[in-house]
Design a protein. Structure first.
Length: 590
């Protein structure tokens, strides 16, 4: 059967006042598909059908029918002119004896026997049956039926089942008749939580999969609450005297808090890969040197990496962080010295450029090309589809083509491809770019439990603090500081150091300082930049707080919501960049 798309619905939004019926609803119906739409009362099923046939407006979104297809629509409560006879109400037959005969046959099946009776004399149920006959007689390419079995007796229902099952009819219907759904439909769409879930089978198949989804959501909700509790504990443990940047980190936390409380919508999963084996020898950087165009990146750099170590790499752009990673992975060669890598090490590398996917691949195929399942040890394994679901790709998203993915979804898929290879040493270069907070939480939990080695290069200090226990700080010109702690601890230690560079506290000082740094004074221009940045960071933080309050208020129109949702990640990126530059300047003696 040729699967020609008859109807494609993209990012449909509809609200009545403050009540959102659906948000970014997308689905398609192909030729020959018999689709049942189910949902609780009041969630917008009839509204959706009405929008699809143009009888009701939408806030935004696209509804695309294949050219020239004819659609027959059965309303839930059809209205007729009371003077019209039954036959005239069906269609303008113009005396065509074949059309009249067909109309009579279908009306007889639906127990409408007097074709000359005025419609005003018929009961509501009889009128609905005439409306059904009207739709069936015109033999449209696609049938859209709202509760077609209402007001039909068992014999009529069985006749209608057979009628709709026969041939290559294309059908979208709302019904609460479960046998009807089971016998007629081969695709179920469920409208729930303002979105659509797709089940590629009949009602029995839907029941099984729906229960699995509910069970998973309950488990995920329990995990979400657990994640929130852990996040809260972690936040409370952090020192309060964090100086200028404390507010930024707290704001991030309150945003997380708001999201964690959104019950069922919070869909998170912890991943544990307990079968990873890695030997005691990981890697040793044996006095490595590297320069580019007269610029020193590393100079006689020695470091012995420990088993299960989780290291963060920080520093300004252009100080050599990514170069260091590429040297470690053997992608580029050092000018002097070498990296001695343990035999058991299997690298998984998440780069800034990322994997280039083929647009014509489906999301699930990208992962199954790597492996059909991932071994979690202890006799447990996770299928490719389950693995994607843990990283918040819904079953319907998994069957989408890659070209439909947003930038953030592509990054997330790329991350899944790296993890699916089951490495024992993860090297992640700016992994947090474009990932949403829920995905970041899942990734943070995954990395905290990861029984291998991790190196993270990132400007996201919050993420770093949760994941790493050790830092390499790239200062530029081959200067690398080795600090046993996370980023916030490093900044606090740094704030305690005397400005003249002497009198370091030996108990808190870093273990190794590879090259002596002579402190320089802040220039007049840098002082001006420093003061300007302070004002800009404060203004951006205030804007972020206001934006988040507005997004959570439920009072925004769809247009405002879309616009402000787009602004938030740009604002955060700008805030991160300016905060990082402020921190860089704060390290110079004023």
């Amino acid at each position: 059967m040729a699967m020609t798309p008859y109807l494609d619905v993209q990012n449909l939004n509809k609200s009545f006042g403050a009540q959102v019926l659906f948000r970014n609803l997308s689905f398609s119906i192909a030729e020959g598909q018999k689709v049942g739409l189910i949902a609780r009362n009041g969630t917008g099923k009839s509204t959706l059908l009405s929008i699809l046939v143009g009888m009701e407006g939408r806030d935004s979104g696209e509804i695309i029918y294949r050219n020239d297809i004819r659609v027959g629509y059965l309303e839930q409560s059809p209205v007729f002119s009371p003077e019209d006879s039954v036959l005239d109400a069906c269609f303008n037959h113009e005396g065509d004896p074949e059309k009249v005969l067909k109309a009579k046959q279908i009306l007889t099946q639906l127990h409408i026997d007097d074709l000359n009776q005025p419609m005003g004399q018929l009961s509501g149920g009889q009128q609905k049956r005439v409306a059904l006959a009207n739709v069936l007689i015109t033999e449209p390419d696609m049938l859209i039926l709202d509760e077609p079995t209402n007001h039909l007796d068992l014999v009529m229902i069985e006749w209608l089942e057979d009628f709709l099952r026969r041939g290559n009819k294309t059908l979208l219907m709302v019904t609460h008749d479960r046998f009807f759904l089971d016998r007629v439909c081969n695709l179920i769409l469920e409208l729930d939580n303002e979105t659509i879930y797709t089940y590629r089978g009949n009602y029995s198949y839907y029941l099984n999969k729906h229960q699995e989804r509910i069970d998973n959501q309950r488990a995920e909700l329990a995990r979400a609450n657990n994640l929130y509790r852990k996040e809260l504990e972690w936040m409370r443990r952090m020192p309060q005297a964090r100086g200028h940047k404390a507010k930024y980190r707290e704001d991030t936390f309150y945003e997380l808090e708001a999201k964690a409380k959104r019950s069922i919508e919070e869909r998170q999963m912890r991943l544990k890969a307990s079968n990873v084996y890695i030997g005691s020898k990981i890697f040793e950087s044996q006095y490595v040197s590297k320069s580019f165009g007269g610029k020193t990146i590393l100079k006689d750099f020695y470091y012995n990496f420990s088993r299960f170590e989780k290291m963060g790499i920080v520093g300004n752009n252009g100080t050599g962080k990514t170069t260091f990673v590429r040297l470690l992975l053997g992608e580029i060669q050092p000018d002097g010295g070498k990296f001695d890598i343990g035999e058991t090490v299997r690298f998984g590398y998440f780069s800034q450029e990322g994997l280039k996917f083929r647009d014509d691949q489906r999301v699930i195929d990208v992962i199954t090309e790597i492996a059909d399942y991932i071994d979690l040890g202890s006799g447990r394994h996770m299928t490719a589809s389950q693995f994607l679901q843990y990283f918040l790709f819904t079953p319907e998203q998994q069957h989408n083509y890659v070209y439909k993915l947003s930038g953030g979804e592509r990054r997330k898929l790329y991350l899944c491809t790296v993890l699916m290879k089951n490495p024992n040493f993860l090297v992640l270069d700016e992994p947090t770019n474009d990932l949403d907070i829920q995905t970041l939480q899942v990734l943070e939990e995954y990395l905290q439990d990861f029984p291998g080695c991790v190196i993270v290069v990132s400007h996201d200090r919050y993420f770093m603090d949760k994941v790493v226990d050790h830092l390499l700080v790239f200062k530029g010109e081959g200067v690398v500081k080795d600090f046993p702690g996370n980023y916030t601890q490093y900044r606090e230690w740094q704030a305690l150091q005397p400005r003249d560079g002497t009198g370091n506290n030996k108990t808190t000082a870093p273990k190794k300082d590879y090259h002596h740094e002579t402190r320089r004074k802040m220039s007049f221009k840098e002082k001006q930049e420093f003061e300007r940045l302070e004002k800009e960071v404060n203004a951006l933080e205030a804007e972020q707080k206001l934006l988040e309050e507005e997004l959570c208020s439920g009072k925004l129109s769809v247009e405002d919501l879309t616009e402000k949702s787009k602004r938030l990640p740009c604002l955060k990126k700008e805030l991160d960049e300016k905060s990082m530059r402020w921190l860089e300047l704060s390290e110079i003696e004023s």
